[in-house]
Design a protein around this ligand. Sequence first.
Ligand SMILES: [Zn+2]
Length: 388
Amino acid sequence: MQSNIKLGRIHGIEIGLHYSWFIIAALIVFSLGEHFHQVNPNWGTSQIWITALFTAVLFFVSLLLHELAHSLVAQARGLKVKAITLFALGGVSQIESDATDAKTEFWVAIAGPIASLLIGFGCLANASGLGWRRPAEPQTGITSVLVWLGYINVGLAVFNMIPGFPLDGGRVLRAIVWAITKNAERSTRIAARVGQVVAFLFIVDGIWQFFSGAGFGGLWIAFIGWFLMDAAKASYGQAEITAVFQGMRVSSVMSRNCVTVNRGMSLQEFVNSYLLTTGQRCYAVEDQGRLVGLITPRDVGAIPRELWDTTTVREAMRPLEDLHIITPDTQVTDALKLMAGNDVNQLPVVTNGTLQGVVSRSQLMQLLQAQSELHLPAAHYPPITTHG
Ligand SMILES: [Zn+2]
């Protein structure tokens, strides 16, 4: 989830909005306007819309405080937090590193719901201080805003504590299972499985409500369920990958028979005598024995065909400065993160300016597939060295 609009920084954390947030903001303002119109028929049009807009802004602030609670606790416990993004279904804190112990996971996860609960009860207490009594509808503008924010924040805390990954409650569940089993991967898998069950129930309930006449509300619940299902599946897959590659170094999986080509060669020559004959996906470009870049079929494809005769490999390659270089000692899981984060399919493995080999995403995926087909428990999986 990348933010489209950057709002600024708090404590070094970038705060941003995804475009989808505006859809939900508009929905909130309109449904609030409708709500205030029904509950306070004596209000004028401008009072209704100003109050609705003001409430939506405060709702935004309370969502942000929920995410900030996660992020600040994460920072206090030594994790790096990159950004907070608000989108249609709430907020996401991009915490760069994973918690390394169950206690950290627990406190980071529960900080958000605690913040929402405090805000919620704080708003309701203030409203009753101003004369509002449950279950009567609030009469003044200020109490209307406070009561709505109070209920929505308590609701937010309760919803987020549903024990399905990736909701906060799922992370709390994961932390508890982790503390009991002392096994981080297994706890992720259990929490992700529970998350899939919860998501499935959301979808069934949403569809049921839709056909019972709840209309948009039902579809919305089903949509949230679908989103949660997707996220739980991704977390499960991530846990599998981590389990397989745990502790494995790049040196044991990289392919070493890298073909090197001369930088001065024309692309046409390179295509004829290398690309079409060797079937390799990645070639090292060298200058007097030193690696200067990499060239892949993708880079060749980016150059129009009529220019292949007059373009050299050096002009078409990705130079070393632009590549994300790893060493044979890099963890495979870190290499995968680097590839995913930079949208590249291979990484050169280099020591002292000399190319040792290449790690590619497709090769790692083949390893994963082999592992799942053999049904080997991850711990007994021998490090595999591929030579092409
Ligand atoms: Zn949260």
